[in-house]
Design a protein around this ligand. Structure first.
Ligand code: TRP
Length: 377
């Protein structure tokens, strides 16, 4: 039996199951990151052996900016800590501080097909953006990775691209690196938002492939973790789609009170309900979804009822929504500002995390090299 199917993970601290997750260092965290990932990280820290990292190598696939990279890493670290992650309970580290990940990424790539990487929704999305192609469905709205008929010719466009734009190979092999992030820790659970589920599916597929190629049950199959519900999709303020940095519809944890209120008051709505129990349009549904995350059930019900009997005033709805978002974000914002400039504290945290992460990663890498037949003289 593979160790992943047992109740405990012998590799975890005190036999606890292992949780692994990370966030790319590309800027400030928004409410989507908070509800999709960070708040789950915090809730898991007492019951599991949790390892949370800042994905700076992944950030290089789209944001290779030497002036900003380190600042962005610091920002995410400060946001982790400000949201309530305890650096003694959790292993908090920076991806590039663990060179074993990069080596295992090279090894794992030998078992990954370029076709399956090219069919990944996030790759097609980012490749389109890199080449300035605007058509095509956004990531997360496409089918599973098994669905091979949805590529709309993007592969041909990348290969036949005549312009100076380039789709880098790092972007293509993004899922390999992510799979290694996870597998190098033998993680059981990977708390991530809905948009990352295809990457998790690939991780399991690479794990199975490695096992079957080398006739072993070495890797288990990690799964998402959602506290009983579905993966959260946090909508943006622009009336459609999810909250996303590139969409410009975000509320950031670091937003000050004035900025945040202004953003919420400007959120897209509609003309208002004309007949009782009228169907709710997408922009309003999105505001209700946000409210479901930050407000009390009573508040939400109050506004839903007001919508149903056509007495709703969107101005009131937005005011209340802004108020309730601020209750969550303002205390976090204060702590971020405190921690962000405390270099000494941050470096103590990541040094401790690096040490723990490397210990686990080095063990896995040693075993993987052995399974693959790489031997020292
Ligand atoms: N791809 C993830 C994102 O964009 C970040 C990430 C990289 C990650 N490696 C990971 C998440 C490993 C979970 C586990 O959000």
């Amino acid at each position: 039996m593979s160790e992943k199917t047992k109740e405990v993970n012998p590799r975890g601290r005190d036999g606890k199951k292992i949780v692994l997750s990370g966030i790319r260092a590309t800027g400030n965290l928004h409410l989507g990151n908070y509800y999709g990932a960070l708040s789950k990280f915090v809730r898991m820290q007492d019951d599991y052996d949790c390892r949370y990292f800042v994905a700076d190598l992944h950030a290089l696939t789209t944001h290779p900016d030497p002036k900003m990279l380190h600042e962005n890493v610091k920002q995410i670290l400060a946001e982790y800590l400000a949201a309530g992650l305890d650096p003694d309970k959790n292993t908090i580290y920076v991806q590039s501080d663990v060179p074993e990940i990069s080596e295992m990424y090279l090894l794992m790539n030998m078992h990954v097909g370029i076709g399956e990487l090219m069919r990944t929704a996030s790759f097609k999305d980012k490749a389109r953006k890199a080449l300035g192609i605007t058509s095509g469905k956004p990531a997360g709205e496409e089918g599973s990775v098994e669905d091979e008929n949805d590529d709309e010719g993007i592969e041909k466009q990348i290969i036949g691209n005549q312009t100076n734009q380039r789709v880098n190979a790092g972007l293509l092999t993004y899922p390999t690196l992510m799979a290694v992030d996870i597998l190098i820790h033998h993680a059981d659970f990977v708390p991530v938002g809905k948009d990352q589920e295809q990457h998790l599916e690939l991780t399991r597929r690479f794990a199975r492939r490695f096992n079957s190629f080398y006739k072993t049950d070495y890797f288990g199959e990690p799964v998402n973790f959602n506290f009983g519900g579905h993966a959260v999709k946090v909508p943006g303020l622009d009336g459609s789609g999810k909250m996303g940095k590139s969409e410009g519809n975000c509320i950031y944890l670091i937003d000050d009170e004035k900025t945040l209120r202004k953003k919420v008051m400007r959120a897209v709505t509609d003309e208002g309900p004309k007949t009782p129990n009228q169907e709710v349009s997408e922009p309003i549904k999105n505001l209700f979804t946000l409210m479901e995350l930050v407000s009390t059930p009573d508040t939400l019900e109050h506004f839903k009822n007001a919508y149903a009997d056509c007495s709703i005033r969107y101005g009131d709805l937005k005011k209340q929504l802004a108020e309730d978002i601020l209750k969550t974000t303002l205390p976090i914002r204060d702590r971020i500002l405190d921690i962000r400039d405390n270099d000494e504290y941050l470096s103590r945290v990541v040094r401790q995390g690096q040490e723990r992460a490397r210990e686990a990663a080095a063990k896995t890498l040693r075993e993987v090299r052995e399974i693959m037949g790489i031997k020292h003289f």
